[in-house]
Design a protein around this ligand. Sequence first.
Ligand code: NAD
Ligand code: ZN
Length: 350
Amino acid sequence: MKTCKIEEREARESVIVCRKNVFSAELAPLREELLGGGGIIFTDSNVYALYHAQIEKELGGVPVFVMPAGEEQKNTDTLLALLGAMKKADLRRNSRLIALGGGVVGDIGGLAASLYMRGIPCIQVPTTLLAQVDSSVGGKTAVDFGGVKNLIGAFYPPARVLADPVFLKSLPRRELRCGLGEIVKHGALCFPLFEKLSAAPDLFDLDFLADIVPENISFKASVVRKDPHEKGLRRCLNLGHTTGHAVELSSDLSHGECVLWGLIFESKLAERHCRTEKNFLTKLRGLCRTVLESGEKPPLGLGSALLDKKNTAFGSVTLAVPVAPEKFEILQLPFAQYEREIREIAEELC
Ligand SMILES: NC(=O)c1ccc[n+]([C@@H]2O[C@H](COP(=O)([O-])OP(=O)(O)OC[C@H]3O[C@@H](n4cnc5c(N)ncnc54)[C@H](O)[C@@H]3O)[C@@H](O)[C@H]2O)c1
Ligand SMILES: [Zn+2]
């Protein structure tokens, strides 16, 4: 038998540009190239309602496919409808897909770009804070399937990401909080960012947020660069997420709010099981509370049945927990113990 080894190609490069009005500055000059099969704009109904006049002004004539807004639309029907629109627009192998929207549009758009003719360039224009600091960086694309989140997907880095702070102006406060959940998580792993967050007079101030978006992107990009296919280090980005997902399934809080609660709970778990810098973890919890903006009690009712299956193999729960500035540990706890301790912590926090 002969074996033949083919070296894997170098990971594709993504260029990320963060600048005010970068959407107009970079895309308007591409209009001619995008006409007649050179490209398509993919967006959702909310973003289209807010920005259709600008799209028309900068990119008039370029086909636009608008999906209904909402996480529940992140499915194969929307994916196939988009692929149908790409075919109808006569896209070719070097045509571009412009994904203009939040993480839902980015995830579906990226996946469609990876599939169409085995891959066409995708330009991501993230319009939510969460998409700017998190989902548009790292090349993960997916749709939900059979009731499982992100079951069908691919690693497909965008050719370009244009993070334009102009879009943040129309975001409801709750969506800003959602992005801030991931930003605080980054802060737990990147001390200069943590200090900036701790010193900020108003974490929701749009100029402040525009100022820290690039830092968040470079932090996430540095983690992704070291672990592009999520084999190890990238697990640090799951900080707060295991418990956060359980909160998400048992409450109507947004993803970012759940991550903030997840960080609060998991930093307490870390104090019980790891050598920690208590001072830092207390400050981290304070930051989470500030962003949550409520003296609310922590959400209870976390059941082990609600935990993400990926994290609950062999009757135990595996979590990445914050222990000190820029440091995390992987903690593995038997199911029943995890559940009991989370309930105890919830009581303590009341
Ligand atoms: N690929 C990744 O690495 C990664 C990482 C994190 C999250 N995600 C995915 O991202 C998705 C969540 O992203 P999201 O929070 O951006 O959700 P989203 O795309 O649903 O956007 C949230 C809401 O804001 C609206 N919106 C978007 N831009 C706006 C603007 N500028 N002004 C006003 N409203 C605007 C949207 O229409 C939507 O109603 C989830 O599906 C999640 O799985 C992916
Ligand atoms: Zn997240």
